[in-house]
Ligand binder design. Sequence first.
Ligand SMILES: Cc1ncc(COP(=O)(O)O)c(C=O)c1O
Length: 373
Amino acid sequence: MSHLNHGSLGAVPISVQRTQQRLRDETEANPLKFHVQGLHDRIIHTRRHLAAFLGADPDGSALLTNTTAGISLVLQSVRLGPGDEVLLTDHGYGAVALATRRQCRRAGATARTVALPLSTPDTEVVARIRNALRPGKTKLLIVDQLTSATARGFPVRAIAAAAREHEIPVLVDAAHAPGMLAVDVAAIGADFWVGNLHKWAFAPRGTALLSVAPGWRRHIDPLVVSWRQDDGFPSSVEFQGTVDHTAWLSAPAGLYMLRTLGIDAVRQHNAALVAYGQRAVGGALGLAPADLPDPGVPAASMRIVPLPAGLATTVPEAHALRQHIADKLAVETAVNAWGGRGWLRLSAQVYNRPEEYDRLAERLPPLLKALLR
Ligand SMILES: Cc1ncc(COP(=O)(O)O)c(C=O)c1O
């Protein structure tokens, strides 16, 4: 099986798995001692390590299980009311849109989507979002640092600045950014920023960091109330009763791995390889380089290829095609329906080789042709 879909669930290096297993062994040797003596300090130490790596304020950041949890936490904390709205882009992650719609429904607010055609240049992206903001009404703007379905990097710093002009809070969904992109959370200047360490930073699954601007910290309302509720952010968010914290505590081992390999070398390798893969597969499908979307950020380790018209135009069809490709060609990819058509998303990571994309390029066109017959 070729794994050309690092972006969906990452991959945990063996050294990091061993670190986590050692921590689990320590837990099982004496669960009470592990949880009561020093765990809180270890969590704070880990948070400081991860926040420093991402340029975030360690005292204004909280460890979380995933970006999904961070999005719901922020949506709950901004206290939407009747008539308010949350602005999303049409590149946003499906579960983020679902969470937004639920919170809006509960509050009598609405979720509105701004359309950003794939080829929209960055300056135009900022302008379209700026024009879509309704001061006094828009209570939150959610924008991705690197999108899932379209693998597009957005100029989040400029977008946050535009929203700030109207005092509209911004939540950056940076699920794919840690490890893949050179992130400086403080420089982005968003009110909220949340990213996963378990995709591109080699952490065990269940590791994310939420960074919150100073003015919002006292408004953060944990999704689960536990013993540290009265301590306020971030402890109120990080302490959720009896849960397994070994993924968080192992995350620094993932960063160690990344640094050992050389962060710049990893980024250059992945970006060049996925560009190669996009050209190889796109070319095999008869697409010219100009037909292949550019992520807009040099270090992007995911790229998309448009599928022939009529394929994977809905979410269920996209899921079925991804499974079909995995079953028939032994290649894991991501397939998404976006903008009325299907898209194949390829990822590259240090364990991938050009031959894997070549093999996909050779075998995918006949497979798709058979489906279109
Ligand atoms: C842009 C984006 N946002 C949010 C998520 C959700 O991440 P998680 O499942 O780790 O919560 C993903 C997952 O792929 C994503 O791509």
